[in-house]
Design a protein around this ligand. Structure first.
Ligand code: OAD
Length: 226
């Protein structure tokens, strides 16, 4: 079976109704990223940070995977499919994808300050003052700016084994995620699905469409090469 690797970002979930970060009207226009998504922000105002992620989690409960997520999951009938996502939502899993690596953490999980104890919290809020098992503050299981990205090596390994890579809905501005494509074997096809212009790395087939339409086009192409 050919191994398809999808590298997805916020644009993947845009059609489900989740805001991207850097588009016009995106989250970072309304929030100061360093206040709500950095380790410094957490130290300065943990309640603001908790509220930000509690809101994201509550919103996630109200949205559904879109056609793009569903088409990716459906490809598991004919391919080995791995998803490496920067998204903290669980829409790939809810669409049926079985191999999803979350580089930037997961909204439906919480952890202790040292990130050694992880617990499922579903769509529930973390309450002010709530403690983890080890007595430290319970916090969202999210990779904030200023923190390590522990799954980056696993992700690089996945990309290095790909027979094809498809990048969907990421502005490719946040490293180390944006550098993952460099681990792809030379000469394999790389597709990029995004309705806007993104700095495309090297030889990339650009499908300038939203995730759902782009995935329909890609699926057509895949039935030809399968
Ligand atoms: P961005 O908001 O930076 O980029 C979103 C991308 O999605 C842009 O290239 C848009 O053109 C594209 N897009 C918009 N609508 C789309 C649609 N319907 N279909 C497909 N693409 C669409 O989001 P990311 O690149 O994911 O990290 O951002 C990376 C990281 O920055 C996030 O994981 C988050 C953020 O700060 C942390 O918070 C640690």
């Amino acid at each position: 079976m050919k191994h398809l690797v999808f590298l997805t970002g916020a644009g993947m979930s845009a059609e489900s109704g989740i805001s991207t970060f850097r588009d016009a009207g995106g989250l970072w226009e309304n929030y100061d990223v360093m206040k709500v998504a950095s380790i410094e922000g957490w130290e300065e105002d943990p309640e603001l940070v908790q509220q930000f992620y509690n809101d994201r989690r509550a919103q996630l409960a109200k949205v559904e995977p879109n056609k793009g997520h569903i088409l990716i999951a459906g490809l598991e009938n004919a391919f080995k499919v791995s998803v490496v996502t920067q998204n903290v939502d669980n829409l790939h899993e809810r669409a049926g994808s079985s191999d999803v690596t979350h580089l930037h953490g997961e909204l439906t999980k919480a952890c202790n300050e040292r990130k050694t104890q992880i617990q499922h919290i579903g769509f529930n809020p973390i309450r002010p003052g709530e403690k983890a098992e080890d007595g430290s503050r319970l916090r969202p299981f999210i990779v904030w700016f200023g923190e390590a990205v522990p799954l980056i090596e696993k992700a690089a390994e996945i990309v290095s084994k790909a027979d094809m890579v498809v990048i969907i809905g990421t502005s490719m501005q946040v490293y180390p995620a944006a550098g993952l494509i460099r681990y792809a074997r030379r000469g394999i096809p790389v597709f990029l699905i995004d309705p806007n212009d993104v700095p495309a790395p090297g030889n990339v087939f650009v499908i300038k469409e939203k995730a759902s339409t782009g995935m329909e086009i890609l699926k057509e192409k895949l039935t030809q090469i399968q």
